[in-house]
Design a protein around this ligand. Structure first.
Ligand SMILES: Cc1ncc(COP(=O)(O)O)c(C=O)c1O
Length: 386
């Protein structure tokens, strides 16, 4: 039995439902951020982040910083790119536009390689773009939360290493870390940035990054100082290294309660093989996508290889908009999200299926949500005379 107050099940693509133990770990007594107990918790948390990314390379460096996923973009844009340098942004939805805007804010020349809604740029176009210009970084949204499009970051990283080996491979993993396969060292990635509130299953408020030794060297070899104080890798690097070596350190006060929650959820996640976790998400995703097809609905990501495993973006039947369906879902105890892509937001809804909602066998969240979707759609169609 959950100790949480009764509430509708939050099945948006983040934030997500919490495990009781994660919430309870935040009810920790007050402690100093430089006291031995907290230093140990934070240090262990950083080591758990390495496990989350299946990384054993000591040159790779995890960061856990107070802030949301967006802060990861600022860290990359302010620390790894200098004014006037080129960034290639692969566009699979809303979040690439925002990442590009962040890069531009710090003076980068951001070029977007765009695909139609539900699609992703082709490998051939990516290779061609990399041959045309020297890019300091390439950014890939692993799962674009606005469209549910999954990118093949392994294959793209291979192309980059072959065609433009010095280009840093930067992955926005806000909607993929903890649910989609990522082998940080093996795939030779340079940055994966994420946030605490999606498949990691922690409350919002932490920006989490994994960086390669190559990325850290790029920072150290900058010609100009970073144009940000809080998001400069240089200010956080010694702090993260000290905590992991169990030495107290201070640059800016860490959110101690959230670090406890992250420690708890990462301990749970990494107590089982990561492959098992990815498989659980794939199974749940297959179930959702089969149910969506059975209802006669289509996904924004039409091709199976483009489809994320922890969320599904679903086109509504002609004549229905999110406000016609979402209240019916809520009435049945389920919360989905409306569309987000600027060009189509009024035409689709998003179903998040990640974290405890799929990994805890005692929960029936997915079955309940599928049943609720069926009923809410029928009701909405009837109300509109469709
Ligand atoms: C793919 C992606 N990138 C970045 C962000 C921004 O993260 P946050 O809202 O935590 O700042 C989000 C938020 O949903 C996201 O889905």
């Amino acid at each position: 039995m959950s100790s949480q107050a009764p509430h509708p099940t939050l099945l948006i693509p983040g934030p997500i439902e919490f495990d009781d133990a994660v919430l309870q770990s935040m009810a920790h007594y007050a402690e100093s951020h430089v006291a031995p107990g907290f230093v140990k918790t934070f240090g262990e948390t950083l080591t758990l982040v390495r496990k989350l990314f299946q990384s054993t390379n000591p040159a790779a460096q995890p960061f856990v910083i107070s802030g949301s996923g967006t802060l990861g973009w600022d860290v990359v844009a302010s620390s790894l790119v200098e004014k006037g340098e080129n960034a290639l942004v692969l566009h699979t939805g809303y979040f690439a536009d925002s990442f590009a805007a962040c890069l531009t804010t710090y003076g980068a020349n951001a070029t977007q390689l765009k695909a139609p809604i539900g699609e992703r740029p082709s490998f051939e176009d990516i290779e061609q773009a990399l041959k045309e210009k020297t890019y300091k970084i390439i950014t890939i949204t692993h799962v674009d939360t606005s469209t549910g499009v999954l990118s093949d970051i392994k294959r793209i990283a291979e192309i980059v290493r072959r065609v433009s080996p010095n280009t840093l491979v930067v992955v926005d993993g806000v909607c993929s870390v903890g649910c989609e396969e990522i082998a940080f060292d093996e795939w030779d990635l340079d940055v994966v940035l994420t946030a605490s509130q999606k498949a990691i299953g922690c409350p919002p408020g932490l920006s989490i990054l994994m960086t390669s030794g190559r990325a850290i060297d790029v920072f150290k070899n900058r010609q100009t100082p970073p144009a940000s104080y809080y998001s400069s890798i240089g200010n956080w690097l010694p702090i993260m290294q000290n905590y992991e070596n169990l030495k107290p350190s201070y640059f800016a006060t860490p959110p101690t309660q959230l670090v406890h929650a992250l420690h708890t959820t990462l301990s749970q996640i990494t107590s089982r093989p990561m492959a098992e976790r990815f498989a659980v998400h794939t199974q749940a995703s297959d179930r959702v996508k089969a149910a969506v097809a059975e209802l006669g609905l289509k996904q924004l990501a039409a091709k199976p290889e483009n489809q994320a495993h922890a969320m599904t973006a679903i086109w509504l039947p002609e004549g229905l908009a999110p406000p016609d369906v979402l209240p019916g879902l809520l009435k049945r105890g389920v919360i989905f999200a409306a569309g987000l892509h600027k060009e189509a937001a009024t035409k689709y809804i998003r179903f998040g299926h990640m974290g405890v909602s799929v990994s805890d066998p005692a929960r029936k969240d997915i079955d309940n949500a599928i049943a609720a979707l069926k009923e809410a759609l029928t009701e909405a169609k009837q109300a509109k005379g469709l």
